[in-house]
Ligand binder design. Structure first.
Ligand code: GAR
Length: 210
């Protein structure tokens, strides 16, 4: 049984989608060991509590990045988290944090990276006038919205769209993409060639023993 950790800052719909996928058996052999929010008033942390999950607020306000990151990492390690999923966690992780969980941190971003990194990606894509946008689940590395891409889903931009209708259709795909990516990564049958995440027939641990 693998233990997932979730970091969030807000609404938490991606977290709920992951929790529902576990409950429905779309993600097997995994549990959510811990949900952490850096904001006490995030709806996502209330939902985690209502679902009876281990939910923790570790406030970031007024703390240096590394100080906050050390508290978060300590909680994740105490709970023996195998895979960490950022789900609307609106904070950059320090390089030190990333190094604590090599290839074990996933993030979801509401655009087809490398287009439109950073904040308000859906608005950026809409304003730019792209005809296709979407979402990306990727490994987290030391750079913003940058690590190897695990899953992408495309979403057409319709003539009648505004940034809200586009964001809503992207969000539906985010929920599907995150479950897909978690299953692939927990399955362990992949390798990363340069920046390219490719499925392989063998488990990464098996390959490393050879
Ligand atoms: C999602 O759209 C997610 O892709 C985005 O924040 C939203 C969180 O929604 N993340 C980023 O922009 C990260 N750069 P949620 O709290 O309902 O999951």
């Amino acid at each position: 049984m693998k233990s997932l950790g979730i970091l969030l800052s807000g609404r938490g719909s991606n977290f709920v989608a992951i929790a529902e996928s576990i409950d429905a058996g779309r993600i097997v052999d995994a549990r959510i060991a811990l949900v952490i929010s850096n904001k006490a008033d995030s709806p996502g942390i209330d939902t985690a509590r209502q679902r009876g999950l281990n939910a923790l607020v570790i406030p970031s306000k007024g703390k240096a990045r590394e100080e906050h990151d050390r508290e978060v990492v300590a909680a994740l390690k105490t709970n023996k988290v195998d895979l960490l999923c950022l789900a609307g966690y609106m904070r950059l992780l320090s390089p030190w944090f990333v190094q604590q969980f090599p290839r074990k941190i996933l993030n979801i971003h509401p655009s087809l990276l490398p287009a439109f990194p950073g904040l308000e990606a859906q608005e950026q894509a809409f304003a730019y006038g792209v005809k296709v946008s979407g979402c990306t689940v990727h490994f987290v590395d030391e750079e913003l919205d940058h690590g190897a891409i695990v899953v992408q889903k495309t979403v057409p931009v319709l003539d009648g769209d505004d940034e809200h209708t586009l964001a809503a259709r992207i969000l539906e795909q985010e929920h599907i993409a995150y479950t897909e990516a978690i299953n692939i990564v927990l399955g362990g049958k992949f390798e990363i060639l340069g920046r390219r995440f490719v499925k392989s027939s063998q488990n990464a641990e098996v390959r490393m023993q050879k």
